[in-house]
Design a protein around this ligand. Structure first.
Ligand code: G6P
Length: 485
């Protein structure tokens, strides 16, 4: 088998470089070992890219990393536009934030079609394609249009919302029909799977039996593959990282005070405003906790060119400064708020230093910070995870302290409970979570998906005959996008 993994963002990164994408950081170690070719965006755009895809290729473990310059004319409409201003808010049930023009949609489809054409150069008869995330919902259909008959799988790293929510996305029907070109569609949780299948049955009127959908493309299997981490490796990294200068400095600055930690991309799905409000409420209701416990909140800037992200950054900065102004003392800052990224190594050490991990998104596909916080703990004296019940991770980590991120008082009480939890209970909860992490690692996720994809393909259209020449690159469709409805 020759595996080709595709995602918008790829990780070149080493453990000591900052990384913002949960997806890219998670995939790096497994893709590296698998010998796959990982194809994604170079982060650069190029004017002539539609005519001549340009890829920079470098070795990655036993395989390769191919980074493509994306077409300049369509990049904004694709990334800031349709992917992150229509799909992302919808997938996180923020219909109020959906905004995308017809041009954005056309650009999204153009970039999907561009990626499909570029992928032909990596295709061999035994190739298996595995497409990642919401940037490429239509990539499978584009590959099929180009005559690709090899297995193509898709995994969504975000949640999949209720029908009424996804119906808020322009062209939802066309996109979801296109998704059925995939042989296997993987989701993080059973709820995501069910919402998707409910759309397929009710909106597309298609039959579903045992998670198999039959469409004009043939059959697609819809299944759950909860993404994991490598907990033992992360634990080792954390144990070593406590002597990292940044981590030592943090420890020294604490003066016996307890620490809660939050690490997120600066994104409205992460529930950051509610989290800060919960800490504010906790210090107001329990003034005895002032000076004895603080919050280190790392909020890494992300997608800054999009208005909703800029607004959140200003709102959050104002709120943090207001809370610090009211509760702070000359020698005590309640919230240490940092707008920058940290390497995995440093994060592992910071997690181990904090007595409480607060992971309270309003909606989240999985949330690997929750899993990493658990793995980073000292088994003899583990910290407590406060976890939103709306993160995919809550389905597995059910011995965390689960909270409703909309209930500020409830979160305030739970964080206070976490800060004073006795060792025996902390250990009991932590051991149960660690066992779950070990039972479903990132290696399991990767091989379970690839195995299922290969099996699913049996029964799909046969005859795997690659076309000798890649088809004409451009133009494949009229500039006014006549092909799309
Ligand atoms: C989430 C998405 C990923 C994305 C990452 C970072 O984890 O599921 O696909 O790469 O956020 O976002 P960015 O827009 O910076 O790639």
């Amino acid at each position: 088998m020759n595996l080709v993994v595709v995602s918008n963002r790829v990780a070149r990164g080493k453990a000591n470089e900052p990384m913002t994408g949960g997806l890219a950081a998670a995939l790096l170690p497994v893709v590296e070992k698998s010998g796959a070719i990982w194809v994604g965006s170079s982060g650069r755009v190029r004017d002539g890219a539609l005519r001549e895809p340009f890829a920079e290729i470098e070795a990655l473990g036993a395989g390769a990393l191919a980074m493509l310059d994306l077409p300049a004319a369509h990049y904004g409409g694709y990334y800031e536009g349709f992917a992150n201003s229509a799909l992302w808010p919808a997938l996180h049930s923020r219909t109020d934030l959906i905004s995308a023009s017809q041009e954005d949609y056309l650009s999204y489809r153009e970039v999907n079609a561009f990626m499909a054409r570029a992928l032909l150069r990596f295709r061999k008869p035994e190739t298996v394609f595995w497409i990642q995330d919401y940037h490429f919902l239509a990539l499978g259909a584009e590959l099929r249009d180009l005559g690709v008959t090899q297995p193509i799988g898709f995994f969504l790293h975000t949640p999949w919302p209720a029908r009424a929510v996804i119906e808020g996305v322009p062209h939802h029907r066309e996109l979801i029909e296109a998704m059925l070109a995939y042989d296997l569609i993987g989701f993080q949780t059973q709820d995501d799977c069910e919402s998707f299948l409910s759309y397929v049955q009710s909106n597309l009127g298609l039959d579903v039996h045992d998670g198999i959908v039959t469409s004009r493309y043939g059959t697609s299997r819809i299944a759950v593959f909860p993404i994991g981490i490598d907990p033992d490796n992360f634990a080792q990294q954390a144990a070593k990282a406590v002597s990292h200068p940044d981590v030592s400095r943090l420890r020294r600055s604490l003066n016996g005070e307890k620490l809660a930690i939050g690490v997120d991309r600066l994104d409205y799905s992460k529930g950051l405003i509610n989290r800060i409000n919960a800490f504010d409420r906790m210090w107001t209701l329990r003034p005895a906790l002032e000076r004895t416990a603080s919050l280190l909140q790392i909020a890494t800037p992300s997608r800054g060119a999009i208005e909703a992200y800029g607004n959140l950054q200003s709102e959050l900065a104002k709120l943090v400064s207001d809370v610090n102004g009211r509760h702070g003392e000359v020698d005590w800052t309640p919230i240490r708020y940092l707008n920058k990224g940290f390497s995995q190594t440093v994060l592992a050490g910071l997690y181990r230093t904090a007595q409480v991990g607060v992971v309270t998104p309003l909606h989240d596909g999985m949330n690997l910070v929750a899993k990493e916080y658990v793995a980073a703990q000292n088994p003899a004296d583990p910290g407590v995870l406060v976890l939103s019940k709306f993160a995919g991770a809550a389905k597995e980590l059910d011995t965390a302290l689960l909270v409703n991120p909309h209930d500020i008082d409830g979160m305030a009480r739970t964080i206070a409970t976490a800060l004073s939890m006795p060792l025996t209970e902390r250990r009991m909860r932590w051991e149960a979570m660690m066992a779950k992490l070990r039972a479903r690692t990132i290696q399991h996720w990767f091989s379970d998906f690839v195995d299922a994809l290969q099996e699913t393909r049996i029964g799909r259209r046969a005859a795997e005959q690659p076309t000798a020449e890649p088809p004409e690159l451009w133009p494949r469709r009229s500039a006014n996008g006549a092909r799309y409805h």
